[in-house]
Design a protein around this ligand. Structure first.
Ligand SMILES: [Zn+2]
Length: 302
């Protein structure tokens, strides 16, 4: 399977890095400006797809990447990227300085949720990144893309405490990472993504509120793609997060696993009552870890 690359206006490329060998799961972005930048690199196993996509655009070297947060589906491949490209710098939350050169802790945190075997097979083993190739982001940092175009980093915690989003001043696109939630193409609604240990509703809503004050044409999310109607999607995200938390509170006496089953049935029924087509619903259900959502929500309520 070949990774698909879609070109949007303003030389913005969406790259499907075929996460877990499947299309429509993880998008990275490349802004082909005077001083280009890659946004997200995807998991380790996606590295060959990322490189072949970039080469299909005639790109032989990438000098810098900006990573929304330290979850391995977004940053897992960075050790390979830094090894491949000379003088590549990765910009990430300051915790990256600690964890990317010694990625065992990141690995173990994810392995405790997904199991080590699952991780190896699906996202792939991670390679350490030399500390001299890592730069820590700050809120309001501006990447000069050339021709008066900038990419501004915004500290956006809530999904993860180490989460940044990036605002492109030319295309007026916000690169959301996982701050908004999940949209599996081409649903026009948002499914919450509220994992432990960091999900925090107040922080997340503040991040979404700050983002909604920007002049936006589109949201670019990791899972998956670029979507118009940014303000409606942000509203939809907030509404659905509230609903999921309320639902989870009502089934407080159930185990995590039982609650996850209840949540998945309830979510599926909601989608069916909205007359969403079966293929889209299946896509959401297949690609959701409801137990992780239950644990994330319960953890945030304690
Ligand atoms: Zn993610």
């Amino acid at each position: 399977m070949e990774p698909s690359v879609i070109k949007f206006d303003n030389n913005l490329y969406q790259i499907d890095v075929l996460m877990e060998g499947k299309p429509g799961r993880m998008s990275c972005y490349y802004i082909d400006s005077v001083n280009p930048i890659l946004i997200e690199v995807g998991p380790s196993n996606s590295f060959p797809y990322l490189i072949s996509a970039l080469e299909s655009l005639g790109i032989q070297n990438v000098k810098r990447s900006a990573i929304t947060h330290l979850h391995l589906d977004h940053v897992g491949g960075i050790g390979h990227v830094v090894e491949k490209y000379r003088d590549h710098f990765v910009y990430v939350h300051e915790l990256g300085l600690k964890h990317l050169p010694n990625p065992e802790k990141l690995w173990n945190a994810v392995a405790s949720i997904y199991t080590e075997d699952w991780l190896k097979e699906n996202w792939g083993k991670i390679k350490a990144t030399p500390i001299q190739n890592i730069k820590s982001l700050s809120d309001g940092h501006s990447f000069d893309l050339g021709d008066k175009r900038n990419l501004i980093s915004l500290y956006s915690p809530g999904h993860a405490k180490h989460h940044y989003t990036f605002y492109d001043t030319s295309s007026k696109t916000i690169f959301m990472g996982d701050t908004l939630g999940l949209i599996y193409p081409h649903g026009d609604f948002v499914q919450p993504n509220l994992p432990p240990p960091d999900f925090n509703k107040d922080q997340l809503f503040k991040s979404l509120e700050d983002i909604s004050k920007l002049e936006l044409n589109a949201v670019a999310i990791a899972h998956f793609g670029i979507h118009e109607k940014p303000y409606e999607l942000i509203e939809n995200s907030i509404k659905n997060i509230e609903m999921w938390i309320d639902f989870t509170k009502e089934i407080n006496d159930l185990s995590n696993q039982e609650a996850a089953t209840k949540l998945s049935v309830w979510v599926k029924n909601n989608y069916m009552s909205l007359n969403i087509d079966t293929e889209t619903i299946d896509n959401y259900m297949k690609n959701s870890n409801f137990e992780m959502q239950i644990v994330g929500i319960r953890n945030s309520l304690n």
